[in-house]
Design a protein around this ligand. Structure first.
Ligand SMILES: [Zn+2]
Length: 272
């Protein structure tokens, strides 16, 4: 076991305290980590931030590496990633709903290195990614966490109509064949080289979408989705307030000036 307080020079912080709550930069801490797991984590984050348009961050917050409990954390062989802080931008994993492109871009590259990645849709993982190497990197149709990721990128990166339920079936299989065809990747997805190629291209495409999707209309769609995710007693009042803003003639006129400019096919062609 080794003790670290940074990875690749990026300070590791802890932000699950009363005076440093979740979602803040927290404070730098020492973490114990297994010596064979550390280089995997270093390589993974190196690749993530090489591709991420925001570059190398200033701080990463983690809920823990070695934790005295059963499973991979008990061996210092798992990492819980809470949030990433760049100078002017932040990805807080609990904000998946309005940071989908950035979130899924990062997750795509993490999956090239960790056989287990548990995300926002996996039970009890709304506020962090859990990653470990207890199983090899590949796609397994019976894996709920892998199928959730797959359905999320098919829906939110590739704009496909698909149910996100973590269950591989005819619908998912059909959409995979279609999207793999567009990307020029061979099927089946269960062949490791095909899967790795898919992860890599999806990461690049998600990051491009993140860079381009800053039109006010896109941000407004994000806001609408956040509202629809609120508990019902809050949702109704906020939705009505937003609607009266949107229904105002001057707002409508102003919003009419903006288009969703990105063209997915153009982005796909620029990365393949
Ligand atoms: Zn964990």
């Amino acid at each position: 076991m080794k003790t670290i307080n940074q990875i690749n020079g990026i300070p590791l912080h802890y932000a699950r305290l009363t005076n440093h709550p979740y979602g803040t930069r927290g404070e730098q801490r020492n973490f114990s980590i297994d010596e064979s797991f550390l280089p995997v984590l270093e390589n993974a984050l190196q690749e993530v931030f090489t591709h991420c348009p925001l570059g190398v961050p200033e701080v990463i917050t983690t809920a823990g590496i070695f934790v005295d409990k059963p499973g991979q954390h008990g061996h210092g062989k798992a990492f819980d990633l809470d949030a990433i802080f760049w100078r002017n931008e932040t990805l807080v994993t609990a904000n998946f709903i309005h940071q989908k492109e950035l979130y899924l871009g990062i997750e795509s590259f993490l999956r090239k290195h960790f056989g287990i990645v548990l995300n926002y849709y996996y039970p009890n993982h709304k506020d962090h990614w859990h990653v470990d190497t207890s199983v090899p990197v590949d796609y397994n149709e019976t894996s709920k966490s892998e199928t959730l990721y797959l359905q999320l990128v098919l829906k939110y990166i590739y704009n496909e109509e698909i149910l996100v339920d973590g269950v591989w079936g005819r619908q998912t299989s059909g959409v995979v064949t279609e999207v793999f065809g567009k990307l020029g990747i061979d099927t089946p997805i269960t062949t490791k080289t095909n899967y790795l190629k898919f992860l890599d291209l999806t990461g690049r495409i998600a990051f491009k979408l993140f860079e381009e999707n800053t039109s006010p209309k896109h941000l407004l769609n994000n806001l609408t989705e956040v509202i629809e995710d609120l508990p019902q007693q809050n949702r109704i009042a906020v939705r009505e307030a937003l609607n009266s803003f949107l229904d105002h003639g001057e707002t409508a006129q102003w919003l009419g000036n903006f288009d969703e400019t990105h063209n997915l096919d153009t982005i796909i062609n620029s990365v393949i």
